[in-house]
Design a protein around this ligand. Sequence first.
Ligand code: ATP
Ligand code: MG
Length: 305
Amino acid sequence: MFDQASSLREIMKNIEKEGVNKIIQPQFTQKIPTVIAVSGGKGGVGKTLTTANLGLCMARLGMRTLLIDGDFGLANLDVVLNLRPKYTLDDVLCGERHLKEIIMTGPEGVRIIPSSSGVMKVPELDKLQKLVLLDQIEALDEEFDVVIIDTPAGVSKNVQYWTTSAAEIIMVVTPEPTSLADCYASIKILAQVTSENSFKLIVNMAHNDQEAKRIYEKISTLADEYLQVRVEYLGFIPFDESVRASVRERVPYVQRYPFSLASQGLRDISRQIVTQSTVGQLKGTMQFFWRRMIAANNNEVFAYK
Ligand SMILES: Nc1ncnc2c1ncn2[C@@H]1O[C@H](COP(=O)(O)OP(=O)(O)OP(=O)(O)O)[C@@H](O)[C@H]1O
Ligand SMILES: [Mg+2]
């Protein structure tokens, strides 16, 4: 284990003794990246493909982009980007490697932190692992303008961890009623856990603009009325066969089929994100995470297994 792990252990001991508020004061650096978690509740709605292709769009807009595969155990960001990682987050979590050593370079210069796949039981991070990871991600702050985290389906502790550490949560939803129901249920839980009252929404696999807007209206009305949560519309990605073809070819669709409807949709979304971006504001990785934890006085995300 690295030296910093022992100092983090020390911090954890103090937190347990004194409470988080007394120990951790957020340190604000000059330049912090916008950290975006891509979630959605339901499996198979397009979180990973959206993360990968959004990463490329962001890079093309001149943003130094880092993608993190937060789907421990069932990772496939590397598959979509046709990478063969030698080391993964697993090696960082067990203290064998530093995060810097496992970062890979993908298309358009996008940098990627891969996770491992084929693990029988998805590991739930313990307190120390959560801190070590946040600490090492934070150390990369100066190198990136945007960090996009692909999260697993559901609202597991790991999903809660990633969404809490992010400044912006993008929910991906499809027109299927089950996706809509899961998306709403996830917003409800994540809003409670992270104290976030503003979410962003991408409608994926919609057949047209009207269908996408209808889905958005339903979710935002429900969230506003019952959860007092604001949901902002980022745009929609049409159902597009070229997306499926690109998965088979293992090339991101914005690269392989740049003029497809899906690529156009995602390009519009990326411009929208950059326009609304919180870069430079009081949002980032660890600082933001701590600030939110302190504000919410919420130790649930840090609970032991
Ligand atoms: N816009 C689209 N048009 C057509 N098919 C799509 C579109 N977006 C996603 N798909 C299909 O959905 C599949 C699942 O996408 P993806 O792996 O990104 O979902 P996911 O939400 O990350 O799934 P999981 O919850 O398992 O991690 C893709 O392999 C692709 O075939
Ligand atoms: Mg996925």
